[in-house]
Design a protein around this ligand. Structure first.
Ligand SMILES: Cc1ncc(COP(=O)(O)O)c(C=O)c1O
Length: 369
């Protein structure tokens, strides 16, 4: 049996007629940038999330960068960001001229450790990028309190957490701005690069729209320098189709995880991902901590099972950040996690047989040790 890590062809097959119709519509309209499909998607996404403003942009990295710029993050500022994440969450801070300040993560839920963050605050700290990693929302009320007490702006990174909740509050609705990625493999994925940011703050929304559009809201208006980062009509039309399916797809991921959890519960050499109390985890990734992780990964590959590591190195130890001169003892949890974490295949179209096959292979690997 083969278990690919992702299978985007399988998802397309389930909605092919709807997607093809949406594409035809755009092609026949002949309008590819700044049309109704983008406006409609922005409206639908904001409404579903429960936010006031949504701005479609080129990708999730741009959404973070535009968010930081719209919140006036600038050289001399410090921004807290997790040590275990995708590099967009630190490189965009540097792009504004500010300094990324890496924070260790929680061992059980993999989210940013607010107790550690508290110890890193200086008079220069202006904001935090709160990443809802792997699809599990952070403790949103604690995050809010932390930012109020420390007078910090919050940028929620929801690239991996479309419609995840904590205490029924949706990730992306508590920060000053939230950034989403619609990279094709995300829970809500486009057919190419795409992203958006959401906010309830009208001033920030206007600044973001301006900055993402060469510094102006209208043609030939350039009140400042900006960038060109837009969601296009084709991606927006396809995302609108997919948005109607996202709840079902997230539910299917959760059901798959239930099988994984049941079958793997007795394997003492792995630790299953912690479920934060009151969290509705949408499992962008299902990440276990595994003894002999690299050997297990190779073993599974020989059995036709693809896995990934999110991420093989903690960000402060990527070559891009050697200038910060960190040592592993600065981030003991993230430094240990990167040697153990393994992401198992998780997507709506996985079959029960495939999940059971993965579980049997993991059991069989450890039975020989
Ligand atoms: C946590 C996180 N933030 C930001 C991004 C950036 O999104 P994009 O690839 O759309 O630029 C990603 C994408 O992988 C991500 O996982």
């Amino acid at each position: 049996m083969k278990v690919p890590f992702v299978n985007l062809k399988a998802q397309y097959a389930t909605i092919q007629a709807e997607i093809d119709e949406a594409v035809q519509n755009v092609l026949c309209n002949g309008l590819f940038i700044k049309g109704n499909h983008v406006a409609d998607f922005e409206k639908a996404f904001a409404a579903k999330l429960g936010a006031i403003h949504c701005l479609g942009v080129g990708n999730g990295t741009d959404a973070l960068f535009i968010a930081l710029k719209s919140l006036n993050i600038q050289p001399g500022d410090e921004v807290l960001t997790p040590a275990l994440s995708w590099i967009s969450t630190s490189e965009t801070i540097s792009l504004t001229g500010a300094t990324p300040v890496f924070v260790d993560v929680e061992p059980d839920y993999f989210g940013i450790d607010l107790a550690h963050a508290q110890r890193l605050i200086t008079p220069k700290t202006k904001a935090i990028i709160a990443v809802h990693l792997y699809g599990q929302a952070l403790t949103l009320d604690k995050l809010k309190d932390f930012c109020v007490v420390n007078n910090l702006l919050v940028i929620e990174d929801c690239a991996q957490a479309h419609f995840a909740t904590h205490q029924s509050v949706v990730a992306g609705t508590v920060g000053d701005v939230a950034a989403f990625s619609f990279y094709p493999t995300k829970n809500l994925g486009a057919f190419g690069d795409a992203g958006c940011l959401v906010t309830n703050n009208e001033e920030v929304a206007i600044k973001a729209r301006r900055f993402s559009n060469h510094g102006g809201l209208h043609k030939n208006e350039h009140l400042m320098e900006g960038i060109n980062s837009r969601l296009d009509e084709l991606q927006a039309a396809m995302l609108s189709v997919k948005l109607k399916h996202i709840d079902k797809w997230n539910e299917q991921r959760i059901q798959h995880v239930e099988i994984y959890r049941k079958k793997l519960a007795t394997v003492s050499s792995i630790i299953l991902p912690g479920l934060r109390p009151h969290a509705h985890h949408t499992y962008h990734q299902f990440v276990i901590r595994a003894q002999d992780r690299n050997e297990l990964k190779s073993f599974l590959l020989k059995k036709g099972i693809e896995t990934e590591i999110h991420y093989p190195a903690a960000l402060p130890f990527e070559p891009a950040y050697v200038y910060l001169k960190h040592s592993p003892s600065d981030f003991p949890i993230a430094s240990e996690l990167v040697t153990e974490i393994l992401s198992l295949p998780i997507y709506p179209e996985l079959s029960q047989e495939q999940i059971e096959y993965v579980c049997s292979a993991i059991q069989s690997f450890y039975s020989t040790r």
